[in-house]
Design a protein around this ligand. Sequence first.
Ligand code: SAM
Length: 275
Amino acid sequence: MAGPEKEVPRKSIAERKLLVDIRKKAEGSRKSGKPFWHWRWTDSKLEPGDDPLERQKDTFLASFLSVLPEPYEDAKSLRAYLEDAFAHKKGGVVAVEYGGPGSQLSGSFTPGFLKKSLGVALTDFREDDEKAEDGTRNHAVLAENVLYQRAFRAVDEWLAGDRCDIVFERMLGGLRYMPGDPDALMQPLQEAYRRLSDDGIMFVQTPVVLNDVLVAWAEKIDLEFGGVLEIQYSLGTHDNEPHQTSSFRIRKLPGAPEGLPILSREELRRADGQQ
Ligand SMILES: C[S@@+](CC[C@H](N)C(=O)[O-])C[C@H]1O[C@@H](n2cnc3c(N)ncnc32)[C@H](O)[C@@H]1O
């Protein structure tokens, strides 16, 4: 089996400048605490509860239903999938959401299932009472920009030697602050993957514009790392509509690589249709 590919495409000066601009835009939002649009307040639940007024459309389930293994897709339950997957670690499970406060997300699990949880977002807009409530569940929020290494140093400090079992990224409209360039986008994903536990699971939304790259990358993982990484992906049509997003689920199996395999320059060029 091939080892993780290290080669990344070389960027033109214009591409690098664009990336710097995108990073700065996100950083400006983090510093001012003034993000764009209504999503400032978005803090979604994992899936609808018993309240008939709660809509699946507003939850993480809407974006990740189609990347759940069959019995759980049929049962429409992300929570059942994750609680079953980590039943052996009940009470010691660590969950992180990148690109969101994660308060409602972590509060959606059965009480006592998580050991601690974290949200990493550009702004921490919680009121004092919400912070206090999160505190009772060992949930914290870091106001950090995942396009900077500093964010991951802060995550390491919070982890205090632990690793993440459950990782989510579903930025929806927040994707406007992320680079549309595959290898730049891969950097935060690689950082998140590196902090996963041995049997960790990541649910990730990817921009629709990179659908071809997602397919090529998922096929590569399947082909070259099929026995050690489980991957399932779904192609969407709209980044901002929770039930129409592109996404994947990746799960580490015994023998999984320490680093997230990426596409070589050549594979990327082919996927991008540049050849
Ligand atoms: C539409 S909200 C989605 C929140 C949450 N994921 C959910 O599904 O309810 C977009 C989120 O992306 C976060 N975000 C956007 N760019 C980011 C970046 N560069 N680093 C960290 N968070 C970012 C924003 O802070 C915001 O919390």
